[in-house]
Design a protein around this ligand. Structure first.
Ligand SMILES: [Zn+2]
Length: 667
């Protein structure tokens, strides 16, 4: 499903933040740095110095601190539920799930037994006509071999849910890893990892090596036919309504009828085929690959999908490649953290419900709602005042803004997981059961009206999102805390934190991608040609600006991949700043100096300090290829150079690095 997040999700919680009058973390500031030369260093320098990345992490930032503190809360809740499973159905579900995850002795003793029955089924296939049914079985268990099949709001009638098939099936994080001339070493490590997994389920080293090579060949062909991340940001390139027979014609050798039947999908005549060329490529591979090679491909993905739930050798191998090699993390996280994560993934609403009762104060919801109202009001004023947009397009933009709904904290209705059996003794079975339940829940939506009240993030999540197809913004309870929002802190700092986040999410409805959808969430062009051209000119400025940033030796940011997020950051801070000015005017923001800083300075420090982070070079190299968000450093300096009010607040002069001669501004 198409959603725009606040940040990437490669893992980064009670805060070390010194309680100050303003809410600014004074200990984080590097007074020896010049805010006009490098504001990120100024705002975060001492924090970075004092917070080296723990060995279990690829990056460590303020987000991680908050996530970590949320995890401590969840940990206590789960330990308690595990001891009192008879107290309620919710305690039984999450307590038993957590217990089966924590029972490392039983997991290690089981070895590869939990995955052997499915592996045997795969190996027993007699010819390629059995493939569709086996792929369906794997998809039901959350293993995305070849492609994904699920449901999505219809791009053209966004209140209805339709069936959707899309590219998938790669084991490396991006298509470019298969094709890049500089990635040979990484590919060799990947093949070695795949081979290791085959050996762990009993293959000889030689046999495992040739199976791994076959997997690589097949995945490379799929990678070649995949649409890249930048292209996928254009909704027109992933929107192709087709009849089922048109899909079948793309890959006649696969047997989609059989597949849909095995998935027990609701009946449908047409569906969205996100990337038609990809399905043509599947057809080619069905002919080119031997039955043995196809079995190897399915087996690898199945075992890999459950590797982190299996015994220690699997967990270690999985960590070694997907964490150590790809992100630079040095050690596994403690088991309890991985188990907290597992319950959040599998039974998120049951755990989230407890989290909200314990950690989300009632008034936080109201307070956030008030802030959203303030930022929305400023956005309307901002649209009205845009010098480059015609009245006709402004009217449409204002209508879209008016149509934005917001959801704060947690869903109105909790999922009950009644159909999920939790054994408390077989961890793989428990994870699989939760996975099957969620996949089924989404699949049966095909043909049904879209339920816009649903939350696509669990309550403890430290993130937020905008959904262009639903035209709503969503803030889980997990993010509505310091350093983003602190009810005891000065409002200038809160506007720089949660204010900018709210502005960021709202702007996603109007970024280069979101602007293509209308107030109802339909893919419909509401722009005059002239205004669209003016918009494009302005976002190009942002794309060029960020493309010059180099977060790690030998790599620069992809200004096109990160365009929507950078645009949202740039407009988000403007809306929050306008709200600050309104607050100073009406007296709701303290106008004098606090902790030695003016309200304007506190605002920009509040913004910058949410992004304080350290990140490993391996993780940065992976991020620039896969993450549509810029690293924290550039979310700060990329934005402030475009904002003349920043230069004024810190008395920076033209020609200094934080004052761009060519300041970009869209909204
Ligand atoms: Zn975002």
């Amino acid at each position: 499903m198409l959603v725009l997040l606040l940040l990437g999700t490669d893992g980064p919680g009670v805060l070390s933040q010194a309680q100050t009058v303003s809410g600014i973390d004074l200990k984080a500031i590097d007074k020896s740095a010049d805010p006009c030369r490098n504001f990120y260093q100024y705002a975060c320098g001492q924090w970075m110095e004092a917070n080296p990345i723990p060995p279990q992490y690829a990056r460590w930032g303020r987000f991680n601190e908050l996530l970590d503190s949320n995890q401590q809360v969840l940990h206590e809740l789960l330990e308690d539920s595990a001891k009192h499973q008879d107290r309620s159905p919710v305690d039984q579900k999450i307590g038993a799930f957590y217990s089966s995850c924590m029972n490392e002795t039983a997991i290690d003793a089981a070895g590869d037994q939990p995955v052997q029955p499915e592996v045997k089924r795969i190996l027993a296939m007699k010819d390629k006509t059995e493939l569709a049914a086996e792929v369906a079985r794997l998809h039901n268990q959350g293993v995305p071999v070849f492609f994904r099949f699920g449901s999505t709001p219809d791009f053209e009638h966004s209140t209805m849910t339709i069936a959707d098939v899309d590219q998938a099936g790669l084991g490396l994080p991006d298509k470019s890893y298969y094709l890049g001339t500089k990635d040979e070493e990484l590919r060799a490590k990947y093949v070695a990892h795949v081979s290791r997994i085959f050996q762990l389920i009993g293959a000889s080293p030689t046999d495992a090596g040739s199976k791994a090579k076959a997997v690589m060949t097949l995945e490379t062909a799929l990678a070649q036919a995949s649409l890249d991340r930048v292209a996928r940001r254009n909704p027109h390139l992933t929107h192709h309504r087709m009849s089922v027979s048109e899909l079948e014609a793309l890959a006649p050798g696969f047997g989609f009828k059989e597949y849909f039947k095995e998935r027990s999908a609701p009946a449908f005549d047409s569906l969205n085929v996100a990337v038609p060329d990809f399905f043509a490529a599947i057809q080619k591979q069905l002919t080119a690959a031997s039955l043995e090679d196809l079995k190897s491909y399915l087996t690898w993905h199945y075992v890999s999908a459950y590797a982190s739930e299996l015994s220690k050798p699997f967990v270690d191998a999985n960590f070694d490649f997907y964490q150590r090699t790809l992100t630079g993390a040095k050690e596994l996280q403690p088991r309890w953290k991985r188990c907290v994560q597992s319950v959040d993934n599998g039974l998120g609403d049951a755990l989230g419900r407890k989290y909200v009762e314990k950690a989300f104060a009632g008034q936080s919801k109201e307070k956030t709602q008030q802030l959203v109202n303030i930022i929305e009001k400023q956005m309307a004023a901002n649209i009205d005042s845009l010098p480059w947009m015609s009245g006709a397009t402004k009217q449409q933009a204002l209508a879209k803004l008016k149509g934005v709904t917001n959801k704060i904290g947690y869903p109105e209705k909790w999922k009950d997981y009644a159909g999920v059996e939790v054994t408390s003794t077989n961890f793989v079975a428990d994870v699989r059961g939760a996975e099957e339940y969620e996949i089924r829940r989404r699949l049966v939506k095909i043909g049904q009206p879209v339920n816009r009240a649903e939350f696509n993030m669990t309550p403890p999540t430290v993130n937020a999102y905008y959904s262009p197809l639903e035209n709503n913004i969503n803030f889980p309870a997990g993010i509505l805390q310091p350093p983003f929002y602190n009810s005891k802190a000065d409002m200038a700092v809160n506007f720089g934190g949660i204010g900018a986040v709210i502005g960021h999410e709202l702007t996603h409805g109007f970024d280069d991608q979101g602007r293509q959808f209308d107030a109802d969430g339909n893919l419909r062009d509401w722009w005059t040609q002239q205004d669209a051209a003016e918009f494009k000119k302005r976002v190009d400025c942002i794309a060029d600006e960020y493309s010059k940033f180099s977060p790690v030796e030998g790599a620069t940011l992809n200004g096109r991949l990160t365009l929507g997020e950078n645009g949202a950051d740039n407009a988000g801070i403007r809306l929050a700043y306008m709200s600050l000015l309104a607050g100073l005017e009406d007296g709701s923001v303290a106008s004098g100096k606090l902790d030695g800083y003016t309200p304007q300075q506190r605002f920009f420090l509040g913004y910058a300090q949410i992004w304080c982070a350290n990140q490993r070079p391996e993780s940065l190299r992976n991020s620039v290829r896969t993450d549509p968000h810029s690293p924290g450093e550039f979310r700060v300096i990329g934005v402030v150079q475009n904002v003349p009010e920043f230069a004024a607040a810190f008395s920076c002069s033209a020609g200094q690095p934080m004052v761009s001669a060519n300041a970009c501004r869209v909204w």
